[in-house]
Every structure is written in structure tokens, then in C-alpha cells.
Design a binder for this molecule. Structure first.
Ligand code: NDP
Ligand code: 8X3
Length: 265
């Protein structure tokens, strides 16, 4: 849409799933004058996506694929400084990078899995937010810009086998809420989008590449597609500046809670 024209948008975790769809949706809806900074650990996937976007919408959208591991504080610290001048004026940050590891229950949760989930989903999101807020805060009226955090239904209720992941998403939820309050005197918008079940690489990552186990998660269900979430991200970013879609929960039709799912047998 028109309101997004001229914007510079950063998406973390743009190499797959919701992040990837969000990049394509921004490009499709604002093909004239948009800058996309696409980040993740897998640079080759980002480069392929950049080419795909460019072929689809042409040169009205400038795409910068950038390798960035949000769980590495020094990489995040150097992120804004490393941007070419024409990409430095960030308007929108989509904090999407995140993951779940395993379905273990306490006391059998691997220390390494806990560390991976917390350093990515929580510390990574906080560090990215602080880095980009430095850019936002330099603008008038105390600052302007949008932060869109991808939380989860898992941040609103815990489920067995997901305690650490759920705790990380609950942390995102409270950080987001507190941040919105801290920035009350600015024009900075802080928004959260909480998806239910979306079919992406999420479950493949959870089960360490075991595709059969990942597929079983969605058997008999009709999960959301990453495009469904991308549409909401772009919609929320495209509202009038005085409109803050603060909090959004999105389920597929047959889901009503993290573990309340109707399965066709
Ligand atoms: P995918 O696994 O398809 O995508 C996850 C993305 O995060 C990838 O692009 C991955 O890129 C990136 N990522 C992972 N770790 C890091 C890291 N350390 N630094 C930078 N990027 C990283 O899953 P989804 O698209 O489903 O997940 C996106 C977000 O949505 C996550 O925050 C997830 O928790 C959330 N979510 C997902 C739901 C679902 O059912 N799928 C439901 C609710 C929320 P790379 O590996 O290249 O670094
Ligand atoms: C992913 C949703 O409930 O499958 O955030 O863990 S859940």
C-alpha cells in the first residue's frame, strides 16, 4: 500500500517460513519504492529469495540479503553500523527469527536446547530491538518507527513438552508490553502477532530434521500457511500512524488453544 512506500524494513529469520512470506508480501503490496533488509543465518537462501523478489516485482524494491545470527550479541551490535548508507534509515523491524528444539519434559530438557531457544527467541529479539531503537529514537516527537514482534499462542499458555519454548514466547509478550509503555511519549509503535499452528520448517527444526515426526504434528489438521501470517504483518504495518494493532492472535479454523485441535481421522 501507499503508506509503506519509501520504507526500509528489516525482517529477521527471512530465510524460511513466516519471515520469508512476509518479505514477499511487503514486496508484492509495495512494489514501487521499498527497501527490504532480509536477515538470517542461511545467506544462500536469502540471496535466492532476493532474486525471486526482484524477478517478481522488479527494481522498485531494493533487497539487501544479510547474514545475521540474532543469538550472537556482537553480530547484532554491529548490524546497524554495517548497513550501506541507503539502508540505514530503518522504519520497520519485524522480529520474527525464532525456533523450538525438542519436546522433552523437565528434568530431561537438554541444557543446550534451553540455551539455543532463550538466546534466539528472547535475547536475540531484545538485542535487535535495542539496536534498531537507536535509529528510531533519533527522529522527531521522541522517535518513530514500528516494531512487530512474532510471539505465539505458546506465549499465552504453557503446554507439556514445550515449557522452555512457551517461556521464551511469554518473555516476548511481556517485553513487548513493557516496551509499548516505555515508548508511550513517542510515535514508535510496538506490536505483537501471535500465530497458532503454521506449517513451516518450525516442526522440522523442532525434531532435528525428522520430516515424518514434523508431518505428524499437522496430520488431520489444516494449519495456517506462512502467507496467512505475512498478510497480517503487512496489514498491521500499513495502518495509519496513529493506529497501533497492539496484539493479534491468529488460529486456523480447527484450533482454539495451543493443544485444543480438531483432527479429522
Ligand atoms: P521456520 O523454521 O520456517 O523459520 C524460522 C526462521 O528463523 C528461519 O528463517 C531461520 O533462519 C531463522 N532463525 C533461526 N534461528 C536464528 C538465529 N539464531 N538468527 C537468525 N535467524 C534465525 O519457522 P517459522 O516461520 O514458523 O518461525 C518464525 C517465527 O514464528 C518464530 O519466532 C516462531 O517461534 C514463530 N511461530 C511459529 C509458529 C508455527 O506454528 N510455525 C506459531 C507461532 C509462532 P536460519 O536458520 O537461516 O537462521
Ligand atoms: C508455535 C506454536 O503451540 O505449536 O509457536 O508451539 S506451538
Amino acid at each position: 500500500g501507499k503508506r509503506l512506500q519509501g520504507k526500509t524494513i528489516v525482517i529477521t529469520g527471512a530465510s524460511s517460513g513466516i519471515g520469508r512470506s512476509t518479505a514477499r508480501e511487503f514486496a508484492r503490496t509495495s512494489p514501487k519504492n521499498l527497501k527490504l533488509i532480509l536477515t538470517a543465518r542461511r545467506l544462500d537462501s536469502l540471496e535466492a529469495l532476493a532474486t525471486e523478489i526482484q524477478e517478481e516485482v522488479g527494481s522498485g524494491v531494493q533487497v539487501l540479503p544479510l547474514k545475521l545470527d540474532v543469538s550472537k550479541p556482537d553480530e547484532v551490535r554491529g548490524f546497524v553500523g554495517s548497513l550501506p548508507p541507503e539502508f540505514k534509515e530503518i522504519d520497520v523491524l519485524v522480529n520474527n527469527a525464532g525456533l523450538v528444539k525438542g519436546v522433552a519434559k523437565a528434568p530431561d530438557i537438554l541444557e543446550q536446547d534451553t540455551e539455543t531457544m532463550i538466546s534466539t527467541n528472547v535475547t536475540g529479539l531484545i538485542n535487535m530491538t535495542q539496536a534498531v531503537l537507536q535509529v528510531f529514537k533519533k527522529r522527531d516527537e521522541g522517535g518513530r518507527g514500528d516494531i512487530i514482534n512474532i510471539g505465539s499462542i505458546a506465549g499465552r499458555e504453557g503446554y507439556p513438552g514445550g515449557s522452555i519454548y512457551c517461556a521464551t514466547k511469554a518473555a516476548v509478550r511481556i517485553f513487548t508490553e513493557a516496551l509499548r509503555k516505555e515508548l508511550i511519549a513517542t510515535r514508535i509503535r510496538v506490536m505483537e502477532i501471535d500465530p497458532g499452528q503454521v506449517e513451516t520448517e518450525f516442526s522440522v527444526v523442532r525434531f532435528d530434521g525428522d520430516k515424518a515426526k514434523a508431518d505428524a504434528v499437522y496430520s488431520g489438521c489444516e494449519p495456517l500457511t506462512p502467507d496467512d501470517i505475512a498478510e497480517v504483518v503487512v496489514f498491521n504495518a500499513g495502518r495509519r500512524e496513529n493506529v497501533v494493532v497492539a496484539d493479534t492472535l491468529i488460529f486456523p479454523n480447527h484450533q482454539a488453544a495451543a493443544t485444543v485441535m480438531h483432527r479429522k481421522s
